[in-house]
Design a protein around this ligand. Structure first.
Ligand code: PGA
Length: 251
């Protein structure tokens, strides 16, 4: 059985004060049994969140890491080893906002994935198609290619210690959620692609859905056979809403 994971991606939101408020809210949540919960604050606030959530079973992750795993001369970047040192256990790689707005290539995403794992962090590989790609029937091709670039450079075995997040770009921050059936179709294709290389890895890997997940839509999405939790953006900034989404993953 795969243990569901609900991950809150705070993106570039927060101040010391609002982060303190959110930590307070998260500390008050009753954590559902059997669900793993993680939050991904902006890098600047990782220390504050790790300290603030001490003793609470919520993991902390980063939204990005450098292509080089170890510290060195790379101005403005943060190494996976430093994230690990700061108390992170996961890191997002290949979020569409970084692929599209910052031009991150499949090759860079694979290097970040490897950097994360070499430092003991669990990479959460984000994949997903744009609206134009979906409308032209290219969804599975696009997602398949994004997944394949990691399999080709690192081998399928790396997914034994990784998470995949399917996030249709058209659903991110738009209020448009993929229907449970639309999401399930892509999740099943991702798992089948991994299974073609290694059935055990495919059976064990958690595939999260992301894109306007709200408490109201979570239970139906998480009820699909290949959806193992969610990567939640906007709704993760509200502790009560996020808590309700976490509970939906446990039911
Ligand atoms: P959203 O973001 O829930 O605000 O759509 C999800 C994400 O980008 O991870």
């Amino acid at each position: 059985m795969r243990r569901p994971l609900v991950a809150g991606n705070w993106k570039m939101h927060g101040t010391r004060a609002s982060v303190a408020e959110l930590i307070k809210g998260l500390r008050q949540l009753a954590m559902p049994a059997g669900v793993e919960v993680a939050v991904f604050p902006p890098c600047l606030y990782i220390g504050q969140v790790v300290e603030g959530l001490a003793g609470k079973s919520i993991l902390v992750g980063a939204q990005n890491c450098a292509v080089e795993p170890l510290q060195g001369a790379l101005t403005g970047e943060v190494a996976a080893s430093q994230l690990q040192d700061a108390g992170c256990s996961l890191v997002l790689v290949g979020h569409s906002e970084r692929r599209i707005l910052l031009g991150e290539s499949d090759d860079w995403v694979a290097r970040k994935f490897a950097a994360a794992q070499s430092c003991g962090l669990t990479p959460v590989l984000c994949v997903g198609e744009t609206r134009e790609q979906r409308e032209s029937g290219k969804t599975l091709e696009v997602v398949g290619r994004q997944l394949d670039s990691v399999i080709e450079s690192l081998g399928v075995g790396v997914f034994a210690q990784a998470v995949v997040a399917y996030e249709p770009v058209w659903a991110i921050g738009t209020g448009l959620t993929a229907s449970p059936e639309q999401a399930q179709q892509v999740h099943a294709a991702i798992r089948a692609q991994l299974a073609a290389e290694n059935a055990d890895v495919a059976r064990g890997v958690r595939i999260l859905y992301g894109g306007s997940v709200k408490a109201a839509s979570a239970a139906e999405l998480f009820g699909m056979p290949d959806i193992d939790g969610g990567l939640v953006g906007g709704a993760s900034l509200n502790a009560d809403e996020f808590g309700a989404i976490c509970r939906a993953a446990g039911s």
